[in-house]
Structures are given as structure tokens and as C-alpha cells.
Write a protein of this length. Structure first.
Length: 297
């Protein structure tokens, strides 16, 4: 910003007052630029202190430096330049103009700083509200919003999608034998691997809580969902090295399909759970699509 102000100032002097390069010398231009940079540097330092109205005081500081810069250029041109478009006098109008300029910059910088700080805070709070704090994946809040959107769009377009719930097997044994901190590290590693596996896709990936994850994915043929489920399974059961130990978990994936199995979030997630827990009840690892026979036990 300091560079922009400095360039604009010299363009104004050249264009409006008809001055030429002969009216300026290199040392004065360098000093004036350094002076402006110092002003903006001090303003940023004042903002960093973070006290009440520090951003407005920083703006006033910028205004003061720019006013001094303009005044110094005015007297330099009067005493050293070939053209003399100014009168060397300080009156009430000049003082009023300087104060107005300081207030203007204070208001501009204060408002912009408040605006960007509030935007950053809102963005940060939104990130916290929609992100799982352990794995950095989307959480249930994000899932609920995404489920609502995908249901609405899929109903309008007729596109199919799958709801895949992933549950880890033998994860309790890791918590019991190695402690919950190691268990959390395993969840973080698995979450990171899943995130990398779906990096270049439009699939939704989130953590439901505990050792459960969820994926929502559009498809045209069932073979696409089978391929995605196999990818998830192989990613999850891959060993994770913690220190000198290679720790592995099993994996069950229950799948329900929209609109074949249901048309609401509650139904689709419940049916995916039914398929999932049918496998867990039989102590199996693998992938299971929902079918009506899954509820017969």
C-alpha cells in the first residue's frame, strides 16, 4: 500500500501540476518512499498490539505520515524544484485539510481491519463447527448439511449415490493394550489416509465419532461403488506403524443406496448401519450392501 500511495502521489504531481522528472531527484524520492514504508510499518506494529481501537490509531498514524510526506514534498518543490506551483504557507485551511486526511485514513484502515478480522473469526468458527478436531475430517454438522444438499440435488437430477458407513474392528483391543492416545493416533492416521485416497474426488468423507467414518459418493454403476468400497477397505486395514509396532485393525463397511433403499438421511444411515452390524455380529470383515434379508435376524 505504501508503494501505491507513493506512486499515486508522484503521478498526481507530474500530471496535474505539469512537473517533469527534472523537478525530482533520486535521493529525495528514495527518502520519501522509505518514510512512507516506515509509516505503514509503525501502523502494522500498532495493530499487532491489539489494544482497543488500535486499528483506528494505526490508520491515523498512516494519515499523519502521508501528510508529513506531502508537506515535505511541497517544501522540497518550492525550494529546490524548477516549477513552483505551491505557496509556502500554513493556515487554518491547511490544518483542517491535514486533520481531515488523518481522520479519513483512520476510518478507512479501522473499518477494513475490523472487516477482515471479523471475516477471519467467522471463517475460523465455521471451520471449528464443521471439522472433527482429531482427524481434521468433516464432522456430523458438515455431514448433515452435505446430506441435505446431496438429497435435494439428487432428487432433482435423478442421480444415484451411496451412503457408506465404515466401522473399525478390533479397535477396542488397541485402546485396551496400548492406551487411548495410541488409539487416537491410529484414528488420525487412518483419517489422513482416507483423505489422501479421496483427494481428487467429489466424494464426501467424514468422521461420525468413535471409530466410525462415512463416505457419500455418486455413482452410475454398482461396480463404481464396489471399487470405492474396496479402496476404503484396503486403506483402513493397511498396517499403521507406531514406534516399533505395526498395528492393524479390521473393517466393516455397510452400504445403502439412494433412491433404491431410501430417500432420507435417517433411513439411508440406519440401513447402512443394519448391514454393518450384521457383519460385526458375525465377526466378519468386508463390505455389505443393504438387502431386506439383513433385517431378518
Amino acid at each position: 500500500m505504501a508503494t501505491s500511495v507513493w506512486i499515486i502521489h508522484h503521478v498526481v504531481l507530474v500530471k496535474i501540476f505539469g512537473l517533469s522528472s527534472e523537478n525530482f531527484n533520486i535521493p529525495h524520492s528514495i527518502l520519501s518512499y522509505a518514510f512512507l514504508v516506515c509509516g505503514f510499518y509503525f501502523a502494522l506494529k500498532i495493530i499487532d498490539f491489539g489494544f482497543h481501537f488500535s486499528n483506528y490509531i494505526a490508520g491515523a498514524t498512516i494519515g499523519i505520515f502521508i501528510c508529513i510526506y506531502h508537506i515535505s514534498d511541497k517544501y522540497f518543490l518550492i525550494h529546490h524544484a524548477i516549477a513552483r506551483p505551491f505557496k509556502a504557507e500554513m493556515n487554518a485551511n491547511t490544518v483542517f485539510l491535514i486533520l481531515s486526511f488523518i481522520i479519513l485514513w483512520s476510518s478507512i484502515v479501522g473499518y477494513l481491519t475490523d472487516y477482515y478480522k471479523n471475516r477471519e473469526q467467522i471463517s475460523y468458527l465455521k471451520k471449528i463447527a464443521y471439522t472433527d478436531n482429531l482427524t481434521s475430517l468433516s464432522n456430523r454438522n458438515a455431514l448433515n448439511d452435505h446430506f441435505k444438499n446431496i438429497l435435494s440435488k439428487s432428487t432433482q437430477t435423478g442421480r444415484q449415490f451411496a451412503c457408506m458407513i465404515i466401522d473399525l474392528n478390533n479397535f477396542k483391543d488397541i485402546n485396551d493394550n496400548y492406551g487411548h492416545l495410541i488409539g487416537d493416533e491410529i484414528l488420525t492416521l487412518i483419517g489422513g489416509k482416507l483423505k489422501a485416497a479421496f483427494k481428487n474426488t467429489n466424494h464426501f468423507l467424514g468422521r461420525l465419532g468413535g471409530d466410525e467414518f462415512i463416505v457419500l459418493a455418486h455413482y452410475q454403476n454398482l461396480s463404481e461403488i464396489e471399487a470405492i468400497a474396496d479402496k476404503i477397505y484396503n486403506t483402513v486395514v493397511e498396517g499403521n506403524r507406531i514406534g516399533n509396532d505395526l498395528l492393524k485393525v479390521g473393517c466393516c463397511i455397510g452400504i445403502s443406496l439412494f433412491p433404491e433403499n431410501g430417500t432420507t438421511q435417517k433411513i439411508l444411515m440406519n440401513l447402512a448401519d443394519v448391514s454393518l452390524y450384521k457383519m460385526k455380529k458375525q465377526r466378519l470383515n468386508g463390505v455389505c450392501f443393504y438387502s431386506s434379508s439383513a433385517t431378518e435376524d
